[in-house]
Design a protein around this ligand. Sequence first.
Ligand SMILES: *Cc1c(COP(=O)(O)O)cnc(C)c1O
Length: 398
Amino acid sequence: MKYAIDKKGFYGEFGGAFIPEAMYQNIEELRSNYLDIIESSSFQSEFARLLKYYVGRPSPLYYAKRLSEYYGTNIYLKREDLNHTGSHKINNTIGQILIAKKLGKTRIIAETGAGQHGVATATVCALTGIKCVVYMGALDVSRQAPNVLRMKMLGADVIPIESGNKTLKDATNGALRDWINNPWDTHYIIGSVVGPHPYPDLVARLQSVISEEIQWQLKELENKEAPDYILACVGGGSNASGAFYHFLDNENVKLIATEAAGLGVDTNQTAATLATGSPGVLHSCRTMLMQNEDGQITEPYSISAGLDYPGIGPMHSFLHTTERVKYMSITDKEALKAAFLLTRLEGIIPALESAHAFAVFEKKKFKATDVVVINLSGRGDKDMDAYINEMQKQNEPS
Ligand SMILES: *Cc1c(COP(=O)(O)O)cnc(C)c1O
């Protein structure tokens, strides 16, 4: 595989494990075991069983007839929004909880921004009866109250982090500190294809079930081996990594990913890491990130809580450099417009994150014969405040 990691955990110049010595033991234990565990038949059968009967996979590949007619092409939606807990995140947390059990771990920690990954982690901990601690920036704790309550109801301890900007980056630092202090009994479930090797590769493998299903579903529906295009949004990049995975080496499949431009890439209110960032080390891996001249991380902004991460998975930095994937920046406004259009044409209220991918149709013309698969990674329930706000604005006399 041309776009896979090398032996040291690098995608070209990106990736690796830039970790303090105190974390070496945890990372090394995971690194030296994860492939054997994932490939074992006991893991495979339990993972498949839970994905099918607990998560509800396979998620449908749905031909969006009215949206296709509107844009004059053929659009399929990969319905990750129909998974248990409402997004693709559960694919990863199910896989990692099984790995943690195999490693004999009795305690789970996680970081969360909007709370989606925290909920998916607290869910699998309840499912398996394992203790769960979720780190969350104090600002996010107050902004994302419903998800905080869900995590607590599921039995997780939610620890607010008061340092820094009190958002996702600070929560991640909190979880990393915890892990250093609890190296024996604890597994850290990272929520995206970010962090030190082996996490980016581990999470991409667990999410690759998305493209595995697209392959046989498309064969069944269109009698085609592969789509012409696959579209996905990127925060850290896990849903995109899963949707692209099995098509990366097939250069006939064109891949497009969307970053959150916020108010625009030429403002300082943006989360478009590839468009505005430069290489550096964030959360123990070398990747593209948003930083000032002193190398300090700058605070990202997007209307979508799941996309405002100041870095991006090292795999995406590499796919960007090699131009295997085309990355586009989509503003808040463009994403909102796409969300309302999808809702009115298909009766599906998408997560704001996914709406960023749908905005591509306004910027690029596809051929009438093209088959375009778009990963619909989450539900709009959590974004109703932003949608209601937008409807009120539209109703105001101008
Ligand atoms: C978390 C989340 C994202 C962003 O994370 P990735 O790792 O880039 O996938 C996107 N969409 C939804 C619905 C999410 O919950």
